[in-house]
Ligand binder design. Structure first.
Ligand SMILES: [Zn+2]
Ligand SMILES: [Zn+2]
Length: 396
């Protein structure tokens, strides 16, 4: 591995920062302390900062030379509402909150890169290091953009990195095109007519309507979209009634839809409206669909992905970069940035959990798991890739 020596020299300092952030997790838009740590470190290293974009977001700006070229490197700062099972020294000190997605590590890798870029300034242009809030469902990227992120800090391209448990340390994975899915939620409210369960002819049973809708909706995935397009429609909740002998008035279904394209999403949403309305009508009931689009699909741009691959290969070797991984049906709010700017989002292997210190929880080291911990060995690897990416994008 071609790690930058200087970054490996201050690895221990960065590990201490990462563990401090891990011990003090903060949820969506509450990242006040984390933002303080980021702002204080960047300032200490001579990097001018701007705070308050997307409430708690921080942007550091590092300039060198005279070129007008710019690049944005982005990390997320928020934690999850989860009780940590680990008992090692840097475990969460905030009850019910935990850095179980490794955003503590993402923040630290970008801090390490910023420190080195500020010390060396071996590039020609401007690097914006973007620390965003609320990736976990709060659309913090979108909030920073709404506050003028790309107007105040123009970026010719943006890059984002996420750790990936189960992939070896020292490896990367990426693909051009769809990398993660769009994430959308829905709620269907069915109105029937309550009755004595022994006299169903006096009512309109919303439970039968719920069952019909649940079945019919799956035809959107199997019969309406093209077989080569990807989509998932999962009903995750069915609620109706609370007695053995009463037909309820109402039933509610909730669930999620995932797709890799806006066109397929449009098709499914329109189809859901049709099926919900007419399935209910056919059985004498009425139904209403509420559909909420949360995150769009994360689509990597071809040219920037090829650029990112070349940088990663220089750092860890050609064999350690998987360049056409399967996309995942998870979602990611960096998608909003990629809708406006060319760029690439990629995975850095986090190992399978053996790095965890004594006292880790019994579970696997997977994202969103209470026994997860970010692997500190990644700090110099991720930071080196960030630095080399900035330097290659803004060549002297
Ligand atoms: Zn997450
Ligand atoms: Zn995450």
């Amino acid at each position: 591995m071609n790690l930058i020596d200087r970054i490996t020299q201050f690895h221990a300092d960065m590990r201490a920062i990462r563990r401090d952030i891990h011990a003090h997790p903060e949820l969506c838009y509450q990242e006040a302390r984390t933002a303080d740590v980021v702002a204080q470190k960047l300032t200490e290293w001579g990097i001018p900062i701007t705070r308050g974009l997307g409430k708690t977001g921080v942007v550091g700006t590092i300039k060198a030379g005279s070129s007008g070229k710019t690049v944005g490197l982005r990390a997320d700062m928020d934690a999850l509402p989860l009780q940590e099972h680990n008992t090692f020294a840097h475990r969460s000190t905030h009850d019910g909150k935990m850095h179980a997605c490794g955003h503590d590590g993402h923040t630290t890798m970008l801090l390490a890169a910023a420190k080195y870029l500020s010390e060396t300034r071996n590039f020609d242009g401007t690097v914006h290091v973007i620390f965003q809030p609320a990736e976990e469902g709060g659309a913090g990227a979108k909030a920073m953009m709404a506050d003028g992120l790309f107007e105040k800090f123009p970026c010719d391209a943006v890059f984002g990195m996420h750790n990936w448990p189960g992939s070896k340390v020292g490896t990367f994975g990426v693909t051009a095109g769809p990398m993660m899915a769009s994430s959308n939620e829905f709620e269907i409210t069915i109105t029937g007519k309550g009755a004595h369960a022994a006299m169903p002819h006096n009512g309109i049973d919303p439970v039968m309507v719920a069952v019909a809708i649940a079945q019919n909706l799956q035809t959107l995935v199997t019969r309406n979209k093209r077989p080569i397009d990807t989509a998932v429609l999962s009903i995750t909740q069915i609620h109706a009634g609370d007695a053995y002998n009463i037909i309820p008035n109402e039933a509610v279904l909730r669930g999620t839809v995932r797709t890799f394209s806006g066109e397929v999403l449009d098709l499914i949403q329109t189809g859901m409206e049709r099926i919900v309305e007419h399935s209910a009508k056919a059985l004498g009931a009425s139904a209403h669909l509420r559909f909420k689009r949360n995150y769009p699909p994360t689509i990597n741009h071809k040219r920037e992905t090829e650029f990112a691959i070349a940088v990663m290969q220089d750092v860890v070797g050609v064999d350690n970069v998987r360049t056409a991984i399967d996309p995942t049906m998870g979602s990611e709010d960096f998608a909003f940035m990629l809708e406006e700017k060319p760029g690439c989002y990629f995975f850095i292997g986090n190992g399978d959990g053996e790095h965890r210190e004594l006292g880790h929880g019994m579970g696997p080291c997977m994202l969103h798991n209470p026994s997860y911990d970010f692997n500190d060995d990644l700090i110099p690897i991720g930071a080196t890739v960030w630095v080399r990416m900035a330097e290659a994008y803004l060549p002297v």
